[in-house]
Design a protein around this ligand. Structure first.
Ligand SMILES: Nc1ncnc2c1ncn2[C@@H]1O[C@H](COP(=O)(O)OP(=O)(O)OP(=O)(O)O)[C@@H](O)[C@H]1O
Length: 271
């Protein structure tokens, strides 16, 4: 029998974790059991993807991490904050829709979280411009959302999530509505940002290919109520690029992730 870990060892392992969900369940008021029990630990700086059938609770899990929804039971730890974390504190959220304010400029859209946080205007504008530069939109601060392509709007949405310099970036199918070429380009840019900024990323996607390309770990969920079906580490030469996307290793990983997903749609799951 192994010895019980010391409290110092437990503390050290918690320090390395950005997010820890233990036995988390979620039953909505209408009786839908969306989630769990779900156990998930994400290390600081890790890039993981959550993949699973529609309605298995992926968005619910993200919303719980962001304190936008409360779990019905279980424990949620986000970095060192337990229970009393301010909603959204230390967290940036990117949704599938860019949800930009059409009546104002790109800069004002990106500045919004800082305005809500009462950051002085000059500093907020400077930080908004820096966030726009980080997503390749330095020249579009004065533009209006209607003047941007779908991919550019998503970049603005990403800049808005980054402008508060969050430790954790939660992304809920951000590129699902984009064409393949724009999506590939944004995948590469997101990876470059992740490498340079060192954020923890939890990325929800329906795409096996996207999850394998982007992530260090692909977490496959079962049908509703969502639990962990498989947790696969993607090990490859970094930084990833087109050589990886066209490699045998990439297609092997895609095959393994697809196989892990198969019970969700082949009738063997508890859906
Ligand atoms: N506010 C809510 N009230 C009641 N039921 C909800 C609510 N939000 C989500 N649900 C239900 O919970 C389940 C999980 O929803 P969720 O959006 O988390 O799944 P998902 O895996 O993100 O789905 P998709 O991949 O289709 O976006 C679904 O059955 C959904 O109908």
């Amino acid at each position: 029998m192994s010895a019980a870990p010391t409290s110092a060892a437990v503390e050290a392992s918690l320090t390395a974790l950005a997010v820890s969900l233990r036995g988390v369940t979620k039953t909505y008021d209408n009786g839908v059991m969306a989630l769990g029990p779900l156990d998930l630990a994400v290390r600081k700086g890790e890039f993981i993807s959550l993949l699973g059938p529609s309605g298995c609770g992926k968005s619910t899990a993200l919303r719980i991490v962001a304190s936008l929804a409360a779990p019905s039971s279980g424990t949620v730890r986000v970095a060192h904050h337990e229970g009393e974390m301010q909603p959204g504190h230390g967290i940036g959220f990117v949704f599938q829709e860019p949800t930009l304010m059409p009546w104002t400029s790109v800069r004002e859209n990106v500045r919004l979280p800082l305005r809500l946080g009462r950051v002085p205007k000059a500093e907020a504008c400077e930080r908004a411009d820096a966030a726009l530069a980080s997503v390749g939109l330095a020249d579009f601060a004065e533009a209006y959302p209607r003047e941007l392509s779908g991919g550019m709007k998503m970049r603005v949405s990403l800049a808005r999530a980054l402008v508060t310099d969050p430790d954790i970036l939660l992304m809920d199918e951000p590129f699902a509505a984009l064409d393949e070429i724009t999506r590939f380009r944004l995948n590469n840019d997101l990876l470059a940002l992740w490498r340079s900024l060192g954020k923890t990323v939890i990325f929800v996607t329906h795409s096996v290919f996207e999850s394998v390309y982007l992530s260090q770990r692909v977490v496959v969920m079962t049908g509703r109520p969502g639990r962990i079906q498989a947790d696969l580490r993607i090990e490859t030469v970094e930084p990833r690029g087109e050589e990886f996307r066209t490699s045998t290793a990439y297609s092997d990983y895609c095959r393994r992730v697809s196989a892990a997903l198969a019970p969700s749609y082949s009738g063997q799951s508890t859906l």
